[in-house]
Design a protein. Sequence first.
Length: 255
Amino acid sequence: MRSAPLLLLALHAAATRVTKDQWQAEAQNALEAAKPLWSQASNGCVLTISGNRVTTTSDSPLKLCRVDHGGAVDAKKTVVLAMADSTKYLETRGNWEAFLNKAAYCRKTKRALYLWLGVPSSDILDARHAAPWATCRDRREGNTLNGVKTLGFLALFEGPQPPSSILYVDADAWFSDVAFANDQVTPEAYLALSSDAELLGNQNRIGGPKIPMNGGLVFARRSRFTSQFFALWWRGRCGKKDQLPLWATLFAAWS
């Protein structure tokens, strides 16, 4: 991963300030464009763990599945969201153990775990859509599938019985032993750092390049702004890094 210079090379950002009217108009267009995708996935899918495999109740190519981890769920708690393009990818070594770790943590802490499965067709995934504040300058063909996680946020926040908050964690990421052992180290504790914050993230402060925000670990509170943000992040897909449209959307929101 490269930091801000890559953003400047791959995305051409407009020098003008993004107005509230611009943001609202572009966000509404992005929400309407994304709705057919996330609504297709909101089909009541349930994913069950069976030995070293998983099964789902839906055959849809796009699905948001509630993971049956075998425990009780407190609907008031932050839900955990992960993403994979297929069950085959989920069941590969490393990803499988990380998935079981997430399921165990959610069962222990009585919270829901959701998994987005599937990727839109290539004509949709690889499309490029310029915003008034950013134009993709990556001349390579194709866009990363990692940006599909934004559709998972939208399916949860815009769908039936939406949660009040979501923690997205990459498929290969784990909850630490501290998270299991210390009841004070919770998603709710991080969100409590600021009651006004609608998005929380990290900048790779330990290891790796220092970046505006890492797309592999994202806290979000349900609000109109967050739905707009994830829709614009999805619409801005650009090349092999989903971080680039994430940062461009952040800069537009901050302007």
